[in-house]
Design a protein around this ligand. Structure first.
Ligand code: ZN
Length: 322
């Protein structure tokens, strides 16, 4: 080949390289920060997913297995998992990933208040037996209290019946997960006649936080677009963290980004933890990684580091790193 051709081919190579670099620069600008590191999921449920039967029923078993496979393929290094006792047992037996299991209560007529009804506790009550519960924590079987379903059961967060449980959680340093805000459509008609939106304002947790200053609490579904007061609560109580499920799925991308922006503007994005609440992981992750205003560090915080700090599980976010 003559030198002219060679020169031309060099120029083409240079041009191609330049185009590639430009494309990469454009991609890195528009896709914000991809994330494939370790994830702590603060909001997992061990549910009956197809029938009112137990975890061994084929439909329920298939659903559980599908969820366990998801946890592994999306690098969930810790799943904070709540549900009826029998379903938690199935998860503990399978150990799909490291678990932090916890009971759901208060229940209604002894059953978990949402979806398919299943007995919450073998004692058939709406509340777990307190001695039994303490044993589950001290033996290391359970690691979280909740999701607390006070709103579904129309039992105020600061109802005296809750006191023994908050005392226990505070004494043992167990994190407490509060359901807040709302629930799926027609909840009062479907499962929980006394369910009211009015009982889900996160501000109603304030009395509990004042009475139990050492309580390690986190607010589920914490949505400053509807309840701006949740930001005041976080400022007032620096130990309190939040998850923002299911808004990553329920809202348009634009609106969900506005919600995240509220936390950034308030200087509180460091207390937002990822929770799936049953969402498709790929779509849920994309809702965060597409937020161009979030730095790589802020994303790492949401997906893992903020929960690691909240749960005092030092080093767990290193375990899933590549
Ligand atoms: Zn919830």
């Amino acid at each position: 080949m003559g030198s002219g051709t060679s020169c031309y081919s060099q120029a083409m190579k240079f041009l191609h390289a330049l185009m590639l670099l430009t494309a990469l620069a454009y991609l890195s600008m528009t896709t914000a920060h991809a994330y494939n590191g370790p994830v702590i999921d603060m909001h997992v449920h061990a549910w009956p997913s197809g029938t009112d039967g137990g975890p061994d029923e084929p439909k329920n078993q298939a659903a559980l297995e599908a969820e366990w496979a998801e946890l592994q393929s999306f690098n969930i290094v810790l799943a904070v998992t709540s549900g009826p006792e029998a379903f938690l047992e199935a998860w503990e037996a399978a150990q799909p990933t490291e678990l932090l299991p916890g009971p759901i209560f208060p229940c209604i007529d002894g059953k978990n208040p949402v979806f398919y009804r299943h007995t919450c506790f073998t004692n058939g009550e709406n509340f777990p037996n307190i001695e039994w519960l303490e044993e589950q924590y001290t033996s290391g079987r359970f690691g979280v209290m909740g999701e607390l379903y006070n709103q579904y059961a129309a039992i105020p967060y600061d109802d005296p019946r809750m006191d023994p449980y908050y005392e226990l959680a505070e004494r043992l340093g167990i994190p407490v997960a509060f359901h807040t805000h709302s629930a799926p459509p027609l909840t009062a008609q479907q499962c929980c006649p006394d369910f009211r939106i009015a009982n889900g304002n996160p501000l109603l947790i304030e009395n509990v936080l004042v009475k139990y200053p050492k309580l390690k609490a986190y607010i589920m579904h914490a949505n400053p677009l509807v309840y701006p007061e949740v930001l005041d609560l976080l400022v007032q109580f620096p130990k309190v963290y939040v998850d923002v499920s299911p808004w990553q799925m329920a809202y348009t991308r634009k609106k969900f980004h506005r919600l995240l922006q509220e936390y950034v503007d308030a200087g509180l994005i460091g207390r937002v933890m990822f929770g799936s609440d049953g969402a498709n992981y790929k779509k849920a992750f994309d809702a965060y990684t597409s937020a161009e205003f979030l730095s790589k560090k802020q994303l790492e915080g949401i997906f893992c580091m903020n929960a690691e700090r909240f749960l005092r599980k030092n080093g767990i976010c290193d375990s899933g790193s590549d």
